[in-house]
Ligand binder design. Structure first.
Ligand SMILES: Cc1cc2nc3c(=O)[nH]c(=O)nc-3n(C[C@H](O)[C@H](O)[C@H](O)COP(=O)(O)OP(=O)(O)OC[C@H]3O[C@@H](n4cnc5c(N)ncnc54)[C@H](O)[C@@H]3O)c2cc1C
Length: 397
């Protein structure tokens, strides 16, 4: 068995948005961190990838927005919103220190974060699947075990185990993290990439029981997606001969003008997506463990907010772990504070997401979108003002 005899400060399972950010920030705070993922990067994942202003603010504060733009992700300067046949285009205003949005491919974005964590001294172990959490006689998590891609067993001991392993978190299951809120899973999202057309910015098109959109991304391509009630997405699939035909039919119904434009371009990927998207909150901590990102809180993709949530909670968790690892605050107060701050921070956008994922009539849906835009501005301003532990560096010189 490959066993690190050193007992690390923290082992983080899952090396994408939540995990890589948590590891990076903990390393900047001076802690000894191992970051594990079963994937070998660069690797794509199931997700569209517009980062809301809050997430862009986080990347900017951490010094990672420029590397993301340097990777070729286009700076997005405008959003066009269409409802009831009327379109309105707005330039992205300067707020909370950023004046652009960005929608980078995940295989590029997540690798930038994981590489930055490695550059800060994090031991990154890709191609390693964690199958369980070591629990001592007192019920405390003390490390993780699993195997690497070659099948060799591994075990990593640490003072804290962080589950950043996504929606179907193995860590959450192993420690028995309680489900504290379950709001169902009635929404679907499907998407594909298109090339060969000019993209002017983000487009959002509201139709009866659907939101369709365009996210310009790397290589001159755009992610084209449709969010709708699950039952509708399933029925569309049943009625078509292939997933691709079902998607094209849905596009023609929900955004006919966009569907017409896409005929002049090429679809460059298969159609993929999630036909049932859960909305839940899990307990965020217990003895020796914490959850961050989708592992602890999942919401429908209709608001495109998961990356921003993951980045916010990564910073809240890194700050709490730092306090307790330094002995400044006892573990249950520090991690209890993390859960409290997370639960307060997610509330307004989680409620709006669940309402939007219920696909009310168009006028109500549009009103909820306006409320969402206000909530994101408030959240982004709070993120820009958040204090990182005093006298520590959020960005390396
Ligand atoms: C269809 C869809 C569209 C979306 N669109 C958007 C959007 O436009 N904007 C937005 O902000 N958010 C969007 N989201 C949400 C966003 O993708 C997630 O919120 C985000 O990926 C959460 O990051 P995470 O790091 O918590 O988890 P993940 O990105 O799921 O990463 C978890 C990692 O853990 C690893 N892992 C899992 N189990 C193990 C194990 N046992 N051992 C080792 N490693 C393990 C996985 O390999 C993975 O790399 C969308 C989601 C979906 C499903």
């Amino acid at each position: 068995m490959s066993r690190n005899h050193r007992r690390h400060d923290v082992v983080v399972v899952g090396a994408r948005a939540a995990g890589a950010a948590t590891a990076l920030l903990l390393a900047r705070l001076g802690h000894d961190v191992v970051l594990v993922d079963r994937a070998t990067f660069p690797a794509d994942t199931l997700s569209t990838h517009q980062i809301a202003r809050t997430g862009v603010v986080q990347l900017h504060r951490w010094g990672l927005l420029q590397p993301v733009l340097d990777s070729g992700a286009p700076a997005i300067r405008q959003v066009t919103f269409t409802a009831n046949g009327e379109s309105m285009t707005r330039r992205i205003k300067e707020r909370a220190g950023v004046d652009l949005l960005v929608a980078p491919r995940r295989y590029i974005l997540d690798a930038i974060l994981a590489d930055s964590a490695r550059a800060e001294g994090v031991e990154v172990r890709l191609g390693s699947t964690i199958t369980g959490v070591c629990i001592d006689d007192a019920g405390r998590a003390t490390g993780v075990y699993g195997r690497n891609n070659a099948g060799a067993p591994l075990r990593i001991d640490a003072r804290f185990v962080v589950g950043a392993d996504g929606l179907r978190s193995r860590v959450a299951r192993a420690v028995g993290a309680a489900l504290i809120e379950d709001r169902g899973d009635a929404g679907a999202v499907q998407y594909a990439y298109y090339a060969g057309l000019p993209w002017s910015g983000i487009e959002l098109i509201v139709a009866d029981r659907a939101l369709t959109g365009v996210f310009p991304t790397h290589d001159g391509q755009a992610c084209i997606w449709v969010c709708s009630p699950s039952e509708q997405a399933r029925a569309a699939r049943r009625q078509a001969t292939s997933r691709e035909d079902a998607f094209t039919n849905e596009l023609s119904r929900t955004a006919p003008e966009l569907a017409e434009r896409l005929r002049a371009g090429q679809r460059t990927s298969a159609v993929t997506g999630m036909l049932r998207t859960p909305n839940f909150v899990r307990a965020a901590h217990g003895p020796g463990w914490a959850l961050v990102g989708d592992a602890g809180y999942h919401r429908d993709a209709v608001t495109g907010h998961g990356l921003s949530d993951a980045y916010r909670d990564a910073e809240l968790l890194a700050t709490a772990l730092d306090e307790t690892l330094r002995g400044e605050t006892d573990e249950s107060s520090a991690l209890g504070g993390y859960q409290r701050r997370r639960d307060q921070a997610l509330r307004s956008i989680f409620d709006l997401t669940c309402s939007l994922a219920g696909y009310p009539p168009v006028a109500e849906f549009v009103d909820l979108q306006k409320q969402l835009s206000v909530a994101i501005d408030i959240e982004a301003t709070e993120a820009a003002a958040r204090q990182f532990p005093a006298n520590r560096q959020l960005i390396r010189d």
